[in-house]
Ligand binder design. Structure first.
Ligand code: ATP
Length: 362
């Protein structure tokens, strides 16, 4: 049985007159890796701070393990935070940084020493106890910060953009390490990032946020494959989006042609947006193409060529292909019905989920 460790019910948060979180509801299950993903200022950190108890809700309830915690102070919640700048104490060595919270709680010295060694081993820093923080690299500091949080045996670990200060290589290494650590510990991680690749690579579940609301939640594959709207499609991965019309179930029209598709459950002739991923388009001859585009420009990207072209109606198309094309020439584009993603305007997540479920059951 899965247990909800955190529940937000219609939570709003205002600063002065400005509502920065609007009626947010979600459930977090025990032992999974969650990511809050969204552009700067959308409210990710605000959600973490509400969970941690650093700020109070303006409306709504927060429950930890079923118990309402709106009035429970931060130090009484089994939640720990790893901050973006790690917030380590520069004048203390690694051991004392990790031991800090336990010393405050007046845990016996022997127990503290054992715990510090245990968590340092977990983050692969055994033997570094006496090092000064100034002698540690960015990645090592990051691990000290995680060890310090783990020493308190939290049930939930909150990580606020913890990798943003690291260079690309170290960042990728740490993504693997964090994911592995979460699996080993089996505790819930809630990770904040505005980096979509990081979110896709690490999470069991992603909450995509925009302007103080959760726009879509689901597994990385679900969100990538079935974005609810233009915002999510654009934010996660690259996408081609053109206007279209849903003629009937499984039949959609765009760029003046009718196409078989897998979507349904919409009004006849409803105006919609069509999304096709660049990697789902195959370059082909004009005769065989379902659509014809003229190639405007082309870049070699290592694994593939990225081409930008336009169709007869002037819509722009990005294509990823291992084949090269000729700038200024026309090419055909082939794609399968399941590569066409039909997105409605202003569909709520509940409506979207119900609709998908209704035709996935068939
Ligand atoms: N103490 C505060 N007083 C007033 N406004 C605040 C305060 N803290 C945050 N805000 C505002 O609330 C909104 C949400 O902020 P939040 O830090 O949650 O965003 P975020 O998604 O974490 O952004 P980023 O990725 O840039 O860290 C922003 O518009 C921010 O300016």
């Amino acid at each position: 049985m899965t247990t909800n460790i955190i529940t937000f019910s219609n939570v709003s948060k205002s600063y002065n007159e400005t509502k920065v979180l609007k009626n947010v509801s979600f459930e977090i299950e025990q032992g999974k890796f969650y990511t809050l993903l969204g552009p700067s200022g959308c409210g990710k950190t605000t959600i973490l701070r509400l969970i941690a108890g650093f700020i109070e809700t303006s409306e709504g309830d927060i429950r930890l393990e079923g118990k309402r915690v709106n009035d429970i102070p931060a130090n009484k919640r089994k939640v720990n935070t790893v901050f973006q700048d790690y917030a380590l104490f520069p004048h203390l060595n690694v051991f004392d940084n990790v031991a800090f919270g336990l010393n405050i709680k007046k845990v016996p010295k022997k127990q503290i020493a054992a715990k510090v060694m245990e968590v340092l081993k977990l983050v692969q820093l055994a033997g570094f106890e006496d090092r000064e923080i100034s002698e540690m690299s960015g990645g090592q500091r990051q691990r000290v910060a995680i060890a310090r949080a783990l020493a308190n045996e939290p049930e939930v670990l909150l990580l606020d953009e913890p990798l943003s200060a690291l260079d690309l290589k170290l960042r990728t290494d740490m993504q693997y390490e964090l994911r592995e650590l979460q699996k080993r510990l089996g505790i819930t991680f809630i990770f904040v990032t505005h980096d979509q690749e990081e979110a896709l690579a690490m999470s069991d579940e992603i909450f995509v946020l925009n302007k103080g609301k959760i726009v879509q939640s689901g597994s990385p594959v679900d969100i990538y494959d079935e974005p609810i709207n233009r915002f999510v499609a654009d934010f996660i991965g690259e996408s081609n989006i053109v206007p279209g019309q849903m003629l009937e179930d499984n039949l959609v029209q765009f760029v003046g042609k009718n196409f078989e598709c897998v979507d349904g459950g919409m009004r006849p002739n409803e105006a919609v947006e069509i999304m096709i991923r660049p990697e789902d388009l195959t370059l082909t001859s004009i005769d065989q193409g379902k659509l014809i585009i003229k190639i405007d420009s082309q870049l070699f990207r290592g694994v593939h060529y990225e081409m930008i072209g336009h169709d007869a109606e002037g819509n722009e198309w990005v294509v990823h292909s291992t084949r090269k094309a000729q700038e200024g020439t026309e090419v055909g584009l082939a794609f399968d019905p399941e590569n066409i993603h039909v997105m409605r305007f202003n569909e709520s997540e509940e409506e979207f989920d119900a609709r998908l479920e209704s035709y996935e059951e068939e």
